[in-house]
Design a protein around this ligand. Structure first.
Ligand SMILES: [Zn+2]
Length: 196
C-alpha cells in the first residue's frame, strides 16, 4: 500500500480536475469576478478551448449567457452530460434557454503571431516584405514552412501523459506482483530432513 501511494504521489493522477486543487481558466474567471464583486449574470465568456464538463457546470450555474470558444475539445464530456442546459448553435429558439456554446469566427489570438507578427513564437523571424518594402507574397522558394505554435497542443500533451500513465501502471503492476508474492521461505525450512 505504501508503495502504491508513493507511485500515485509521483504521478499526475492528482491533476485530474476532480481531485486536484487547481481550477481551470473558466472557473478562475468566474471566481475572480465573484471575488472582485463583478456580476457576470447575462454576460459572454470567451475561451480558447471548448470547456470541460466541470467548467461547464460552473458556467451554467453562474448565469453566463453565451460562450465563445476557439479550439474544439472533442474529449469534453459537457455535450454528453449537460445537453439539457447548453446548445451548439447561436440561432434564436423560442422557449430554449440553453446557453449557446459557439465557435469563434475570425482570427483566433493564437494565430495572430503566425499571421501578423515578424517573429514566430519559437523565435524564428519571418520576412514579410522584400528589400523594396513590398509584401513578399507569394513566398519565395526555399522558405521554411510556418511552424506549429509552441507549447504543444493538448492532443500532443495528452499523448505524452498517456505514456506516463502507462509507465505508472506498469510500475504498479510490478509492485502488486511483489506484494502478492508469498514471503520467501528459507531453504532450511523447506529442505526435507535428511534421514540418517
Ligand atoms: Zn475546465
Amino acid at each position: 500500500m505504501h508503495k502504491t501511494r508513493e507511485a500515485v504521489a509521483d504521478s499526475d493522477l492528482k491533476q485530474i480536475t476532480e481531485y486536484g486543487r487547481a481550477v481551470h481558466g473558466e472557473m478562475d474567471a468566474i471566481l475572480t469576478c465573484a471575488r472582485l464583486g463583478i456580476s457576470i449574470n447575462g454576460k459572454y465568456l470567451f475561451v480558447t478551448t471548448f470547456p470541460c464538463h466541470n467548467c461547464t457546470r460552473h458556467i451554467i450555474a453562474s448565469g453566463i449567457r453565451k460562450v465563445y470558444y476557439i479550439e474544439p475539445y472533442p474529449k469534453s464530456k459537457a455535450p454528453y452530460l449537460h445537453s439539457d442546459a447548453i446548445r451548439f448553435d447561436d440561432n434564436y429558439h423560442e422557449n430554449d434557454n440553453r446557453i449557446p456554446f459557439v465557435q469563434f469566427v475570425g482570427v483566433g489570438p493564437r494565430r495572430y503571431l503566425d499571421l501578423f507578427s515578424l517573429q514566430l513564437s519559437n523565435g524564428r523571424e519571418i520576412e514579410r516584405k522584400d528589400v523594396q518594402n513590398r509584401p513578399s507574397i507569394p513566398p519565395k522558394p526555399g522558405r521554411l514552412p510556418r511552424s506549429q505554435m509552441i507549447p504543444l497542443s493538448y492532443l500532443e500533451r495528452e499523448e505524452r501523459l498517456q505514456g506516463d500513465f502507462k509507465e505508472i501502471l506498469r510500475k504498479l503492476q510490478g509492485i502488486q506482483t511483489e506484494d502478492e508474492r508469498p514471503e520467501q521461505v528459507s531453504d532450511n525450512d523447506t529442505k526435507p530432513q535428511e534421514s540418517q
